[in-house]
Design a protein around this ligand. Structure first.
Ligand code: AHR
Length: 320
């Protein structure tokens, strides 16, 4: 963004007597992936609330899981001359051209919850979790829980080519490396959805002696875990006991499953990516302060020892 553009925004702030640049009727485009998971629905709803709180006019575009729709939406935001763009990129590759177009139009872009394979100067900042760490936390939980017992794991991966699928797999594998008793027997994408998680788990159960050979199921998100829990029950086994269940997100439904004794661990991913994103944008527009390139959110482990009923109650109202 040029000095003149920033000056114009600051002048409108002063004219309105506002203390924050973001109170000056900014227009921000948000290209969201879709609504594949409960977590995604909560992120959408929290982003809308955060925008409303700050007086931002949020232009929302749902890409229905398609990168081409996201690229089209971003081009539309550029044509409208929005003040900034938020994008949750469905996959890692293929962004360079459109991000360059935004840069040439002097519109700052902020990445939410997933990364891209593109030069870092093409976006202002990225607000996301450390996804390798999330996988590692899940894997370390399993290592500590299993000890030296033999354990065949089945893995439900997220969307192929997305950074959480790539990194959560990597982190989990790092955690179990060197533990010869723990092996990943099967690994397949469930596309971060409940329906696909159930379908893929049904296949794993059939292939592994009706599930009797499976010791644990690791899912890259809670929604796939919830689908898999149903498949395990349909196969006549007890999720959480016969097959351990560990996943990522900390959505209300996984806490309900913990209360029922059907899930064992989850790693929290906050749906509030927009709060830190708007704060960074605010400081950038007001003072030209470049934010950190990566704003990393926390990755906390929850188990049934953490009062899952209270965690369920706390999250219920967040739009999951
Ligand atoms: O990018 C974050 C992931 O995307 C969440 O863990 C998952 O639920 C979502 O769909």
């Amino acid at each position: 963004m040029t000095f003149l553009r920033k000056l114009a925004l600051s002048a409108s702030v002063i004219a309105l007597g506002c203390s924050s640049a973001l109170a000056a009727d900014l227009t921000v485009g948000f290209s969201q992936i879709g609504s594949e998971s409960g977590w995604r629905a909560a992120e959408t709803s929290v982003t809308k609330l955060e925008a409303e709180k700050r007086g931002i006019d949020l232009k929302f575009a749902d890409a229905q899981q398609k990168q081409e729709n996201q690229i089209k939406a971003i081009r539309g935001f550029i044509a409208q001359g929005v003040d900034a763009i938020l994008v949750a990129p469905v996959v890692a590759t293929g962004w360079e051209d459109v991000l360059t177009e935004a840069k040439e139009a002097e519109i700052p872009v902020i990445l939410l919850d997933r990364g891209v394979d593109a030069p870092q100067d093409l976006y202002l900042t990225s607000v996301a979790s450390d996804q390798v760490k999330e996988g590692r936390v899940a894997g370390e939980w399993l290592v500590n829980t299993i000890g030296d017992k033999p354990c065949k794991v089945v893995e439900l991966q997220g969307t192929v080519g997305s950074t959480p699928a790539i990194n959560r797999k990597k982190g989990f594998e790092e955690a179990i490396a060197g533990k010869a008793n723990i092996t990943i027997a099967r690994s397949q994408t469930g596309d971060f959805t409940r329906a696909k998680g159930k379908e893929v788990m049904e296949g794993f159960l059939k292939a592994e002696n009706g599930g009797k050979d499976i010791c644990a199921m690791y899912a890259h998100n809670d929604d796939m875990a919830v689908g898999a829990i149903q498949a395990i029950k349909d196969a006549g086994l007890k999720p959480g006991t016969d097959i351990l269940v560990v996943s990522i997100d900390a959505v209300p439904d996984i806490f309900a499953a913990m209360v029922a004794g059907e899930a064992n661990a989850t790693v929290e991913l906050t749906p509030n990516m927009a709060g830190p994103a708007f704060d960074a944008l605010d400081a950038f527009l007001k003072d030209g302060k470049e934010p950190e390139k990566f704003i990393i959110t926390e990755s906390k482990l929850y188990t049934p020892a953490d009062n899952p009923q209270a965690e369920y109650d706390n999250r219920k109202g967040l739009g999951y």
